[in-house]
Design a protein around this ligand. Structure first.
Ligand code: ATR
Length: 286
């Protein structure tokens, strides 16, 4: 009996990874395994720990071994931007890359964090952003990755507040032209001067790592506001408890994580997975 050519079964799986430091905690392998099973894509997705001074060498070795692409996580998103020969428009706006595709004619870079956040807010949490007042707390890498997509969703205005106000001003300045073009008001302020009664509040700071609840006063929350922390698990709990205690609807970053992964999957494979069952499975997991 002749062996079946069965290309997809016999061919080795296309390799991808999440690259970071640390990376052992990452839930991306589980997410992409579910996407692959759901869409019938033949791929393998692993975790890759890169030395803090060794991102370029780690990526070069992974690509040379035949891998097709990777996700980039903390603390390498800015470094990855520098390594992408062809960054997408939204990656350029963020100055950061969280997804690389190892194309033969140069690595393509994208940043799917902002689309992930906006999709989670609008589709999963059911809050269309158009016309709303939005507060973005933080002006580091996480905030930079999402501001462009928030602007593109056309809320009435976005205020960026940060412990170091200069960084909030710089982030707003970098997005000023886009805000003007889309009619979205953009402002920067200190944490203490954060505007009151915002309908959507996004915590993009790492303050919860130190066990703090929220770096802003509860007056920023309009009744029933959506208060989203980009972190999940124990790291988000302080902020979520604070939000719930002040009449807001708390939401962690797990939905954003799944949505940004779906955008990355599409960037690599040209196939869009269904995120709902994957998010439900993650929420059900211990
Ligand atoms: P990330 O990539 O996670 O965004 P980052 O670029 O180091 O990490 O940014 C961390 C963000 O959390 C910054 O906005 C930081 O404020 P500063 O720019 O003033 O440093 C904010 N942050 C960290 N700890 C904080 C705290 N205890 N209170 C308020 N903001 C804090």
């Amino acid at each position: 009996m002749t062996a079946s050519p069965g290309r997809s079964a016999a061919a080795p799986a296309d390799r991808y990874a999440v690259v970071g430091n640390p990376v052992a905690h990452s839930r991306s392998p589980a997410i992409h395994a579910m996407f692959a099973a759901q869409t019938g894509q033949h791929l393998a997705y692993e975790r890759l720990l890169a030395p803090l001074d060794g991102l370029a060498a780690t990526l070069a070795a992974f690509a040379a071994a035949g891998a097709r692409g990777c996700n980039i996580t903390v603390p390498f998103k800015f470094d990855a931007f520098a390594l992408a020969a062809r960054p997408s428009e939204r990656a350029r706006l963020a100055g950061a890359v969280n997804t690389l595709r190892f194309d033969a004619d140069g690595w393509a870079g994208d940043n799917t964090d902002g689309a992930g956040l906006v999709n989670d807010i609008q589709q999963n949490a059911g809050r269309p952003l158009a016309g709303l007042q939005v507060l973005l707390v933080g002006a580091g890498g996480a905030a930079a990755g999402v501001l462009g997509s928030l602007v593109a969703a056309r809320p009435a205005c976005i205020t960026v507040v940060n412990r170091t106000p200069d960084k909030a001003q710089a982030l707003v300045a970098a997005h000023a032209r886009l805000g003007q073009a889309l009619g979205v008001g953009l402002a920067a302020a200190t944490l203490a001067d954060a505007p009151a009664a915002q309908q959507v509040v996004v915590n993009a700071t790492s303050s919860s790592l130190a066990g703090a609840a929220a770096p802003v006063d509860a007056r920023v929350l309009a009744p029933g506001a959506l208060a989203l922390d980009m972190m999940y698990g124990a790291q988000a709990q302080g902020f979520l408890d604070w939000a719930a205690a002040h009449g807001a609807v708390p939401r962690d970053g797990l939905g954003m994580l799944v949505e940004q992964a779906a955008e990355a999957f599409f960037f690599w494979r040209g196939v869009r997975p269904d995120t709902a069952p994957v998010l439900a499975a993650l929420r059900g997991a211990p």
